[in-house]
Design a protein around this ligand. Sequence first.
Ligand code: ZN
Length: 302
Amino acid sequence: MLTSQLTRVPVLLALLATSTAVSAETTPSCTHCAEWNVSQEPFRIYGNTYYVGVHGLSSILITSPQGLVLIDGDLAESAPKIVANIRTLGFRIKDVKLILNTHVHYDHAGGIAELHRLSGAPVAASKYTARVLETGHLGPDDPQYGSLTPIHPVAHVRIIKDGETLHVGPLAVTAHFTPGHTPGGTTWTWQSCDQDHCLNMVYADSLSAVSADNFRFSSNTTYPHVIQDFEKSFATLNALPCDILLTPHPEVSDLWGRLARRDKGGDPNAFVDPTACRRLADTSRASLEKRVASEGGGADGH
Ligand SMILES: [Zn+2]
């Protein structure tokens, strides 16, 4: 979850949500869910890479004749819309052979259990993300622990290593661990080609320093190396070959502005920006520094 308004939810409300329903629709904290879950017509981003998410939350489909890779399931109630979008593009949910995730908050992982059930595809994730996917609950080391709704659990998740490349037919998608927003956050990279022109695609996980009310990035006992993790992630993003940047919250990488410039503004290369990853690393580092400065040495961070 990115939006700062969503970070100030009393723990009590989250606990009430835990005990009643998993659906984000019924979650008091989810003031943005209806807005996020607005239907979005799917479209080709570049080559064999497509946007199949809802309007406010990205879900990325990478295609090949030997099977599809799907990254992120958005909200629980987004799953049927993602399935419909895949069908609209002429593909089938049954042809999804691998499901991946950027980070395991309910707005990016909430639909994964249903997408896994419908496709039969294995789910692969970092060790931390796998544990949350399997239990449905965040660990106390998540900066937003206690303030977010749980997700529907996934029975068996394959644990992957940092730098590991996963294959489906000719597709090769590489995991780059970018922790900080969550301990298991993962950025995914692959190449997509149009004719023989291939570009480096980066689906960069959220790098925003957002937390529950009682968490301090500058000093805490539940995720003490969070700052070092963020620094590592900024360095990783900075160094990645990056032609087209995508983000779990599409507006963070100006997806809608770039789509309009490409499809209505006559700029066929509007998605391409080799500086985009470095700029995201810079703005994310600046906002972390601001957050840490606001925590000061005082009693509370805000
Ligand atoms: Zn999040």
